[in-house]
Design a binder for this molecule. Structure first.
Ligand code: PEP
Ligand code: MG
Length: 366
């Protein structure tokens, strides 16, 4: 009956857990996701995508931050965002107490936060035709035109946002570190890892890292709490993989973003492939399966292997994980075992499968 089945599954999971070398984490953005991930046996959070914390009502605050004209305006928006972010992180760290939590700094393609250009143009045109002056809309339209990109996925995203928008990554790092300090004061054990997305070269990572270190100094002296945390990077661009030895000099961990790495290695858009040509490729057998679903071992996988080797040649023991969708795909999990990653991270629902496959991968090549 159902009870026996549950017991049998439990035995299989225990068996797999006993064999596996890699740990299994989950991608989770909220305390609720984190609680679910723990129930499925996740040993930490491998990716918290902070952009998901700015949907709904908060979207407006980010929009205003991006479009702010003056430093004062920018500072005002950041000051409003800080306590909201801190509260998010306190909840998350509480839920994952004692386990590693990798929090990724903001990484949305910019257009996700900008007002729709067509809608705005129409509003301005209609107002003009009526002889009305809409100063605010007009200024907004100019700003949106200035920031408009043909390829937002290759545009002002990830670390580039941190470099271009003063105070943004500092605000997020402060929120993370203040949350960690609060947890420590409450007797908790926060294990924070701050992750920088879309890094292509070591200098841009280093620029952001120095800002984070300064924030940490400030938070330490303001709270009197001794904070320990890691600063690392995603490896999700071919250039980052190929210069991983340089990046490892500054980064304390790597997490492979195989979604973007697949997109940029093949040179096709994550968002547009399905409609454009994927079904024809699958039909003609050019792909057996989409490389977004199962890791392309010869191309994307080779970059992962090179980056792991180069990274560790420079920093022995460098912590390596994967947080792209492939982290929960059975065949891909076996590949990650072979190249020596420390953990895979996937959606909470795929955690049991990843645990099983990570255990099975210890029995030899598949
Ligand atoms: C990735 O690129 O694989 C990744 C995990 O980040 P995102 O999907 O959020 O771009
Ligand atoms: Mg990515």
């Amino acid at each position: 009956d159902a009870d026996d089945l549950v017991k049998a599954v439990d035995r299989i999971m225990k068996h797999a857990d006993g064999r596996r070398r890699m740990s299994v984490r989950a991608n989770a953005d909220t305390a609720e996701d984190a609680a679910r991930a723990r129930r499925f046996g996740a040993q930490g959070i491998g990716l918290c995508r902070t952009e998901h914390m700015f949907l709904g009502e908060r979207r407006q605050l980010v929009e205003q931050l991006i479009l702010a004209d003056t430093d004062e305006e920018q500072e005002r928006e950041l000051a409003e965002l800080l306590p909201l972010q801190r509260a998010d992180f306190v909840e998350l760290l509480e839920q994952m107490d004692g386990l590693p939590v990798t929090i990724r700094l903001l990484d949305p393609p910019l257009h996700e936060f900008l007002p729709d250009i067509t809608e705005l143009s129409v509003r301005v045109a209609v107002a003009e035709a009526r002889g009305e002056k809409r100063e605010g809309d007009l200024r907004m339209l100019q700003a949106v035109h200035r920031l408009h990109e043909q390829n937002p996925m290759l545009g002002l995203r990830g670390v580039r946002l941190g470099v271009v928008i003063p105070g943004l990554f500092e605000m997020q790092s402060r929120a993370i570190l203040e949350a960690a300090a609060e947890r420590i004061k409450a007797g908790g054990v926060p294990r924070v890892e701050i992750m920088v997305p879309l890094v292509a070269n070591v200098q841009e990572f280093e620029t952001v890292k120095q800002d984070i270190i300064q924030v940490a100094r400030d938070v330490r002296s303001e709270t009197g709490v001794h904070l320990e945390f890691l600063v690392g990077t995603m490896i999700e661009l071919p250039r980052a993989a190929l210069t991983a030895d340089q990046i490892a000099e500054a980064a304390e961990f790597f997490s492979f973003g195989t979604n973007d790495l697949t997109q940029t290695t093949w040179g096709f858009s994550r968002d547009d492939v399905e409609a454009a040509f994927f079904s024809a490729y699958l039909e003609k057998g050019i792909f057996g399966v989409s490389p977004f679903e199962s890791l392309d071992v010869e191309g994307v996988g080779e970059l992962v292997r090179i980056a792991a080797e180069k990274g560790r040649s420079h920093r022995p023991g460098l912590k390596l994980g994967i947080c792209g969708e492939h982290g929960g795909d059975p065949d891909s999990v076996h590949f990650f075992e072979r190249v020596g990653l420390d953990y895979v991270s996937c959606s909470p629902f795929r955690v049991p499968v990843a645990r099983l496959e990570a255990g099975r991968s210890m029995t030899g090549p598949r």
